[in-house]
Write a protein that binds this ligand. Structure first.
Ligand code: PMP
Ligand code: GLN
Length: 384
C-alpha cells in the first residue's frame, strides 16, 4: 500500500459491521436501513433487467431517464434548473462522485477545507488526489454542534482550492442554517473557491429545512452538488448517485469518472429515475418515520446515561460517553460494547484529524426497525 493510503487502513464501517456479525450484536454502526425501499421501485429494477434496459454499457453521463429525473427533482424541490445533457452526471453512489470530483479538481498541494468530523472517504480521496485537508471543527455546545464561521474564514489561504461541505452532516446530524450557508457562499465568491457539497441526506431533516448551497447567489456556477439514492430511497446497495453542476464542472468530474468506473450499472438507474418521481407523500413519509426513530433513540440514549447531541438530520445520533463514568475513549468503548451489551456503534474519533477532540464521542444509527431500536435501548440501559 502506498504512503498516500497507508494511514487510512480499513474503513471503520467494515470493521464494525464485521464485529456486529461476529458477535451477533444489533448493528447501530454502519448507516444502512434494515428494511428495503419501496416495492414498486424494486419492481421497476426487475422490469428494467427483464426488458433489457441498461444491461449493456449505458451512456457515460447516465441514462437520459435518470438525468431528466434528477433535473426535475432539483427543480421541483429547490427551484434549481439544470440541463440534463450537460449539467448532470450519474455516478456509482455519492462515494464515486466525491472521489471523481476531488480527482478532477485538485492540483497536488491544493488545500481542501472540510468540516471536522468528516465522512471518512473525504480524507482518503483528498489524499489520493494529492491534496491537503484542512479541517474546520464543528464544536459541541448546548446539545448540538456548531460551525464557527470565523474559524472557517481563517482556514482559507491562497492555497485553498475548494471547500468540501456536507449538510445534513454525518456524523453530527447538524444541518447548516440559511445564515451559515449564506456566509459560506459569500466567502466562496469573495475568495473564488469551488465548493463540493455532499447532500446525500437532503431529505432526512427533522425540525429544520435543508437548503442546497447551489441556491445561494453566485454558487450555481461554482458548486458541485452530490446526492445519492442510497439514503433517500433506502437502497444503499444499489450505489446510484449523481452530480449536478455547471457544464464545465460536470465535464471535469466526468473526465475522472470515465477512468474510475467508465459508466455506472444500468438497470438500477431506470428504477431510481422512477423513485425520484415519487409523489411528495413518499418523501414526507420517510422523513416522518425517521423523525420518530430519531426521537426514540435519542431519548433512549439519554435515559441510558449518554449525553446526546440531538441531530436535526441524517441517520445518526452523536453521544458523549463520559457521563457513563467508564472509559472516555470511544474506540475502546465501541470495541467493548458488543460484549458488554450486544450493540455496535461507531467511534467518532475516526472522523477527526484531531483524535483527542473526537475521543469521547460515539455515533449510533437510528435507520432501523422500531423494535430493533427498542431492544438496543433496553440493552444500553443495562450498561449503567
Ligand atoms: N457521503 C456521506 C456523508 C455519507 O454518509 C455516505 C454514506 N451513505 C456517502 C457519502 C456515500 O454514499 P453512497 O452510498 O451513495 O456512495
Ligand atoms: N455512510 C454510511 C455511514 O456513515 C456507511 C457508508 C460506508 O459503509 N462506507 O455509516
Amino acid at each position: 500500500l502506498n504512503r498516500r493510503l497507508a494511514e487510512f487502513g480499513t474503513t471503520i464501517f467494515a470493521e464494525m459491521s464485521a464485529l456486529a456479525v461476529r458477535t451477533g450484536s444489533i448493528n447501530l454502526g454502519q448507516g444502512f436501513p434494515d428494511e428495503d425501499g419501496p416495492e414498486e421501485i424494486r419492481e421497476a429494477a426487475v422490469r428494467a433487467l427483464r426488458d433489457g434496459r441498461g444491461n449493456q454499457y449505458p451512456p457515460g453521463s447516465g441514462v437520459p431517464e435518470l438525468r431528466t429525473a434528477v433535473v426535475e427533482h432539483q427543480q421541483r424541490r429547490y427551484g434549481l434548473a439544470f440541463d440534463p445533457d450537460t449539467e448532470v452526471l450519474v455516478t456509482a453512489g455519492a462515494t464515486e462522485a466525491i472521489a471523481a470530483s476531488l480527482l478532477a479538481l485538485l492540483e497536488p498541494g491544493d488545500e481542501v477545507i472540510a468540516l471536522e468530523p468528516y465522512y471518512d472517504s473525504y480524507a482518503a480521496c483528498i489524499a489520493m488526489a494529492g491534496g491537503r485537508r484542512v479541517p474546520v471543527q464543528l464544536r459541541p455546545k448546548d446539545g448540538t454542534y456548531h460551525l464557527d464561521l470565523d474559524e472557517l474564514r481563517d482556514a482559507i489561504t491562497p492555497r485553498t482550492r475548494l471547500i468540501l461541505l456536507n449538510t445534513p452532516h454525518n456524523p453530527t446530524g447538524t444541518v447548516l442554517t440559511r445564515e451559515e450557508l449564506a456566509e459560506i457562499a459569500r466567502l466562496a465568491v469573495e475568495r473564488n473557491l469551488l465548493v463540493i457539497t455532499d447532500e446525500v441526506y437532503e431529505h432526512l431533516v427533522y425540525d429544520v429545512e435543508h437548503i442546497p448551497l447551489a441556491t445561494f447567489p453566485g454558487m450555481r456556477e461554482r458548486t458541485v452538488t452530490i446526492s445519492s439514492s442510497g439514503k433517500t430511497f433506502a437502497f444503499t446497495g444499489w450505489k446510484v448517485g449523481w452530480v449536478t453542476a455547471s457544464p464545465e464542472l460536470v465535464a471535469a468530474v466526468r473526465s475522472a469518472k470515465q477512468f474510475l468506473t467508465y459508466v455506472s450499472a444500468g438497470p438500477f438507474q431506470y428504477a431510481v429515475a422512477e423513485a425520484l418521481a415519487l409523489p411528495d407523500a413518499y418523501f414526507d413519509g420517510l422523513r416522518a418515520e425517521l423523525h420518530a426513530k430519531r426521537d426514540l433513540l435519542s431519548t433512549g440514549l439519554a435515559e441510558a446515561g449518554f449525553e446526546v447531541y440531538r441531530p436535526s438530520g441524517t441517520y445518526f445520533v452523536t453521544t458523549d460517553i463520559r457521563p457513563l463514568g467508564g472509559t472516555a475513549d470511544g474506540f475502546a468503548f465501541c470495541r467493548e460494547l458488543p460484549e458488554r451489551c450486544g450493540v455496535v456503534a461507531i467511534p467518532n474519533a475516526v472522523f477527526y484529524d484531531d483524535r483527542a477532540a473526537g475521543a469521547p464521542f460515539v455515533r449510533f444509527a437510528f435507520c432501523k426497525r422500531t423494535e430493533v431500536l427498542q431492544e438496543a435501548v433496553a440493552r444500553l440501559k443495562g450498561l449503567a
